[in-house]
Ligand binder design. Sequence first.
Ligand SMILES: [Zn+2]
Length: 390
Amino acid sequence: MELIEDYIELIFGADAVVGAGKVVDAYYGHYKPENIYSGVTIKKLTELFEDFEVRLKKEILAKPKDLDLVDAEEATRAIRLFLSYQSEINDYKKQVSTMYGQSLKVVSKKNIETIRKHLNGLLSDLGYTDKWPENIKRWHSDSSVSAEEYLRVMKERTRELRDETFKRLLPKFLDKDVVRSLEEKSKVQIKLVDTSESWGAYHYYEGKYRSLVELNSSGKFNKHDAQVFASHEIFPGHHTESIIKEALYSQGKISLPATLTILNGPGCILSEGIGDYGFFFFNHKKSKDTEVAYLEDILNTSVRHNCAVKVLSNEWPKDRAAEIMGKDLGIHPENAQRRLEFAYSWKYYFPVYVMGYQLVEKLFNKYHENILFPLYTRSSPKSLKKYINL
Ligand SMILES: [Zn+2]
């Protein structure tokens, strides 16, 4: 235990010892060898991780009593896989399956059709009686707002979801005192940043129960998407998961590796799955517009996933993927190309959204709220084996 803590403190500073986030940040989007993170280059960081892996095996795995063995093994594997980034990897599907311990599948045509049918039904209830995709295009132009207005709506939605989280969700599986203390300490700052990168919103866990959420102000804003982002990044998504883990860690109830979300580690499936499916944990009354925003997000993620998998396993050229994605979503191929760029540049990460959504949906439908505690506190789908195998 101490060895890992010392190591993380050495690299990232004392504040990073608790909570998730810092290790993720170091990798996430900054993995060019010459990039600098916390005063060290990624090249140096990689060397240190290499050294760490050796020490982890020699000194920690040799003394399994000191630490949760499953977590240490997962951490080792995630680090090794990160290192393997540096060399050329040819077999995309196999690589993803090895990383996450889940096989990489595309979303079936039937599933995509069901989502779109439901979406069309909702749009027609809202008075958009044109055919697909004209109806969704009109809905978008009616819902579009400025970045500043979007920020205001996002803050408003976050306050509602915050209440729902602390009053209704967390008391189902955490002691009252813990929930009260989390509610007092939890702090989220949301701000607009201007960047040409291909993400929409980004969560940084800063430790001590605080998060920073950035919104990319270069995109287009649909006011109904605010709730989708607020629930993914904040309540009950990434921020909530991070504060629960920090609280349990500081009480000595979970080990440090269990609090770390290492990029491309198996834990990302649970984190992104909670982010994308988490809104359904609530009995929240949502408007039809919000439902449209959710379904469109699921449709977008599923179609992008399928197209990117085809390109990355060398089955389709990029142009064909953009064309098909544009047609399926009713967007311009250029816009589709931009959305696919995210999948190409984060190629080992993007499958976790679909994998995670499907896993969390399946577990939640089967075990209802009994699954919440394990979902928030385990570090990989493998550690939910008890539930998955039943
Ligand atoms: Zn996320």
